[in-house]
Design a protein around this ligand. Structure first.
Ligand code: ADP
Length: 266
């Protein structure tokens, strides 16, 4: 079920210096909804995320979080409501899984270094939610790529943000781990959080996302229910190459036409 609008982006334009990267982007991100963001490299997805997360200052257009312009939020207030899940990475320091998840509590903590009862509770719940409790004392860097990515999702949950921004969280994972992370994110969104996930595989967006948005050259080409907008026509426009769709057992699939003959026959 779609919840209320958490973030609304209205006619957002953004330039690095004189070069305009985003052109009048409008999007609504709602609770209980997983939205996929698809677009070629360099189309402006990361820039859009950075604007929504308050990392970049927006000069034209508006971004509102829960009815208030993000420009009015302090960085700490914003971090308590929106969370960023990066591509998996390995910190130089050998943090445990629990320590990694505890970092999500930073926006909620005062000057006292010790974690409060509420902090511990949020960390425990986030670990349990992603089936990581048994790994809590393991060295984060020794986990598999898929487990590390789940830890980063758990860190975002411990943050107790309303809206998650996930930047290609499955790009370096094997087939099975990709599905595990997608299933976890999908079920978290079903519990009421809003989430937007940047992803290069249109099949994953079709299979797991409620909604999608496609961006090219800094412009939204299409947005709406994932199954309605991820079409052959849209993908060919996005990627300038012949693509075909098929349905099997109630699922839609996207695949490339790899030879000129296949493309002619399509
Ligand atoms: P995507 O995430 O879709 O690959 P980006 O938002 O990273 O796209 O980049 C969009 C465009 O903005 C690209 O042409 C990129 O070169 C440019 N760009 C990204 N970061 C900067 C920056 N800090 N300064 C100038 N140009 C940038």
């Amino acid at each position: 079920m779609a919840g209320k609008t958490l973030m609304s982006v209205h006619e957002l334009s953004f330039a690095y210096g004189r070069r305009t990267i985003l052109h009048e982007i409008s999007l609504n991100l709602r609770g209980g909804r997983l939205r996929g963001l698809l677009g070629p490299n360099g189309s402006g997805k990361t820039t859009l995320f950075k604007c929504c997360l308050g990392f970049l200052k927006v000069a034209r257009g508006q971004i509102e979080l829960e009815g208030r312009s993000i420009a009015e939020y302090s960085p700490r207030e914003l971090a308590a409501r929106v969370a960023y899940v990066p591509q998996e990475h390995r910190p130089a320091f050998p943090y445990t899984v629990r320590e990694m998840v505890e970092m999500g509590r930073t926006p909620h903590r005062g000057a006292i270094p010790a974690l409060s009862k509420a902090d511990h509770r949020a960390v425990d719940q986030a670990l349990a939610r992603l089936n990581l409790t048994a790994l809590a004392n393991e060295n984060y860097n020794h986990l598999s790529g898929g487990q590390r990515q789940l830890v980063l999702v758990a860190r975002a949950l411990a943050q107790e943000a309303a809206l998650l921004f996930l930047d290609e969280p499955t790009s370096s994972l094997d087939f099975s781990n990709q599905l595990i992370v997608w299933e976890a994110v999908q079920s978290i969104a079903r519990e009421g959080l809003g989430a937007i996930i940047c992803c290069h595989d249109p099949n994953h967006i079709l299979w797991f996302c409620d909604e999608a948005a496609a961006i090219k050259d800094g412009r939204i080409l299409a947005e709406g229910p994932a199954r309605e907008i991820i079409t052959r026509g849209l993908l060919e426009e996005l990627y300038d190459r012949p693509i075909q769709t098929a349905d099997l057992n109630g699922r839609s699939f996207i695949y490339p036409l790899t030879s000129p003959r296949e493309a002619n026959d399509a």
